[in-house]
Design a protein around this ligand. Structure first.
Ligand code: MN
Length: 271
């Protein structure tokens, strides 16, 4: 049986009343980067005229997420308090603006309990957003970085329900120790490539075209690569890459991609 071209992808259909939606990704929120947290809180708390009708978070909101029990663990560490502060901000935002969340490679363990505590609605990766009669394909982007073979092998492992059950069954302190170890390994890899994002794997253009064709969409919006840009993919297809956020960098980075009836616009949030 031939597959319908759009049947693999989940759809999120925007109400006709929505005039604008915002996309953010790769904030890598962590207690040790208060400047990025503060910029994000200022964004979430903007007055109503500046707000979009919905917020889409396309992954790696958090630098790490080891389990939803950080939101109610008895031993309150700095990291737990930070996660709770983030959840409170998201929940407050969700009372006036719908917030959608798609998992990244850092926060793939954020589960149903945390989604509920944060007032966020879960999105599959990828999802087609149907907005103002047009189809926009949303993804974190990591699954399309085909050259990153080691990572894709790791991804297949950690996205399996069995691996996640086994991992989450371990005590919180043990999970936090494993996450620190994985992060140290990742930092060591980054040092070996000189911290230059240009040397990291990028989204494979043919894979992106293939997804867009199957989704019946013209534009892929994704994060993950930390290389904000617009790439034409031929035949009217293109991909738009979100910026990561880092208020500790020189110059600092914090940017929203807004989609309205005119199309996509980058909105820098640096004061
Ligand atoms: Mn990522």
């Amino acid at each position: 049986m031939s597959a319908h071209p759009v049947d693999r992808f989940a759809e999120c259909i925007a109400p006709a009343s929505w005039q604008a939606v915002d996309f953010i990704s790769d904030l890598h929120l962590q207690a040790s980067e208060p400047g990025t947290f503060e910029a994000w809180v200022r964004y979430l708390r903007r007055p109503a005229p500046d707000r979009a009708d919905a917020l889409f978070i396309l992954g790696d909101l958090f630098e790490v997420w080891v389990g939803d029990d950080v939101l109610h663990a008895d031993a309150l560490s700095t990291d737990h308090a930070f996660a709770r502060a983030c959840a409170a901000e998201l929940r407050a935002c969700s009372t006036h603006t719908p917030v959608y969340f798609l998992h990244g490679n850092r926060d793939f363990l954020l589960g149903a309990a945390a989604l509920q505590a944060c007032g966020m609605q879960d999105l599959s990766d990828p999802t087609v957003l149907v907005f103002q009669g047009q189809r926009w394909l949303l993804s974190h982007g990591d699954e399309l970085c085909l050259a990153d073979v080691d990572y894709l092998r790791f991804r297949a492992q950690v996205r399996s329900p069995q691996w996640q059950r086994d991992f989450l069954a371990q005590p919180l302190a043990r999970r936090e120790a494993i996450a620190r170890e994985l992060r140290a390994q990742s930092e060591a890899r980054k040092r070996s490539t000189g911290h230059d994002p240009d040397l990291w794997a990028d989204v494979d253009a043919e894979a992106a075209r293939n997804w867009l064709r199957r989704a019946g969409a013209h534009t892929l919006i994704h994060g993950h690569t930390h290389r904000p840009a617009e790439h034409p993919l031929g035949n009217g297809l293109r991909r738009v890459v979100l910026s990561d956020w880092d208020m500790g960098a020189t110059p600092p980075r914090a940017e929203v991609l807004r989609l309205d009836v005119q199309g996509t616009h980058r909105v820098p949030l640096i004061p």
